[in-house]
Write a protein that binds this ligand. Structure first.
Ligand SMILES: [Zn+2]
Length: 472
């Protein structure tokens, strides 16, 4: 498999051991999460699922930033503690992404790792990569960027660009690019109860150090894959890399992978534009799997435009795939129930083999999910034609079903699909009886049988090849 590595700025062969260690930056829990957060969660969950499909076991860590300027600000506004705010929005996020079939992962929080953060900051000071600026209510500690020669490598920015990026001059910093590792407690921090004891007095960690510390603690440095939205490349990931490199002396991450934004009418979502679309707003109108389909409908490194029309289109495409999977399943259940005899055709299995080949080739090419979806739709078109035109053998139908379902599971779709059951002898007799009534045009009796099956949880469907059924 090839992936685009932000560090080397090229597509590279992903070389991994059996166990893969993966870290994805999580949310800062100060508000409900939007569909940009959902895209990140779904993209990296899909990468994880694909690696698992290939036989890897994935140790997946996604942190929560549970103390931060924005959380403190909201806590003060609402007269709450920082923890009340972050606990609430972390739960809301977990609820949201569960509906998107994002698998569970290890979710460390900043405030559970304060001791480790303090020891990392101390080590950076000892090693000469960081310095202490004393203040009245405790000290600030800054990472000194010029101390690390390869700073800027991840974002690919020149020193000049980096200097321009930091527009707020701060007389306490030795260099304009230096960033905070530890911040002395301010009044609002005290009000929000966001203060922690440290050798430098009361304070709290800067943003970036948490990810160096948690990745190192839960995965070890170096580790395999670091994911996140592309807005994190600079400064967050540039700084995280700098800290980890300074602490360990090794390049901390083998593959840095970043996803692009979700846009609304061509614009990035932002509070200032007032165009934030929350995950739960979308989930009030659409199933989680439809939103997941949408989030994977564009390549992860291209911008994805959200609109009602795009969602409707994805909904139709999603339902088409689901109905196709079910149509194959209904054929299998009809054969196994003895309602209909299997034929000799293996064409559907051949189409499934083509699907598997094309789907995996797409995923191997930098997780190209839109091409993988196209392969699924090509298969679905063929499968529906074959179901109509020919009588397939049972093994070929089962192979087609398992292949399609297995590949959709990589995309996080149809995991909760319930198989069409084989009918009991008694019900099979009823279905056959009904077919006779229908031929005799005795619709009253036919409908009575249909209603009886419905009470038992089966909805009968009449096809040119005979009766089929699905779960109500
Ligand atoms: Zn992070």
């Amino acid at each position: 498999m090839k992936v685009y590595n932000t560090l080397t700025k090229q597509k590279e062969e992903l070389k991994l051991e059996r166990t893969v260690r993966m870290y994805v930056c999580g949310i800062t829990a100060y508000d409900y999460s939007h569909i940009g957060h959902a895209r990140c969660a779904v993209v990296f969950d899909t990468l994880r699922r694909y690696l698992e499909y290939k036989g890897h076991s994935v140790r997946y860590v996604q942190n929560f930033t549970d103390v931060d300027d924005k959380i403190v600000k909201r806590a003060v506004q609402e007269g709450k503690s920082f923890k009340e705010i972050s606990d609430y929005f972390i739960s809301a996020y977990l609820e949201d992404i569960k509906k998107l079939n994002v698998k569970e992962s290890i979710n460390p929080r900043v405030t559970e790792n304060i001791d480790e953060i303090i020891s990392a900051v101390s080590k950076l000071v000892e090693k000469g990569y960081a310095y202490v600026v004393e203040g009245e209510n405790g000290s600030d500690i800054y990472f000194h960027v010029p101390a690390l020669e390869s700073y800027g490598k991840l974002s690919g920015m020149s020193l000049e660009e980096l200097n321009r990026h930091r527009i707020e001059p701060d007389p306490r910093k030795k260099d304009v690019k230096d960033f905070a590792l530890w911040k002395a407690a301010k009044e609002e921090d005290v009000r929000a109860k966001a203060v922690f004891d440290s050798p430098w007095g009361k304070g709290r960690p800067g943003w970036h150090i948490e990810c160096s510390v948690m990745a190192s603690k839960y995965l070890g440095i170096p580790f395999d894959i670091h994911g996140g939205g592309k807005d994190l490349i600079f400064p967050h990931h540039e700084n995280e890399r700098a800290q980890s490199l300074a602490l360990t002396g090794v390049e901390p991450v083998r593959y840095w992978i970043h996803n692009d934004f979700v846009r609304i009418r061509g614009e990035k979502m932002s509070k200032s534009l007032g165009n934030i679309v929350r995950i739960r707003d979308v989930l009030s109108k659409y199933e989680g799997e439809v939103l997941r389909y949408f989030l994977l409908s564009a390549h992860y490194r291209t911008a994805l435009d959200f609109s009602e029309e795009a969602m409707e289109k994805c909904k139709r495409a999603y339902e088409y795939l689901k109905n196709t999977l079910e149509a194959i399943d209904m054929e299998i259940a009809a054969i196994k129930s003895g309602i209909y005899s299997a034929g000799e055709s293996n064409e559907i299995a051949e189409e499934a083999r083509k699907l598997e080949r094309d789907f995996l080739a797409a995923m191997d090419d930098d997780l190209n999910t839109p091409v993988a979806f196209a392969a699924l739709h090509t298969f679905a078109n063929s499968a529906n034609r074959i179901l109509k035109e020919s009588n397939s053998s049972l093994p070929s139908l089962e192979f087609a079903f398992e292949t399609m379902k297995g590949l959709c599971s990589i995309l996080g779709l149809f995991d909760s699909y319930r198989r069409v059951p084989v009918l009991s002898k008694e019900l099979v007799e009823l279905v056959k009886e009904r077919e006779i009534y229908r031929k005799e045009r005795n619709f009253e009796k036919a409908d009575r049988i249909r209603d009886r099956l419905r009470e038992k949880g089966y909805r009968l469907i009449d096809t040119p090849k005979g009766t089929r059924w699905r779960l109500v």
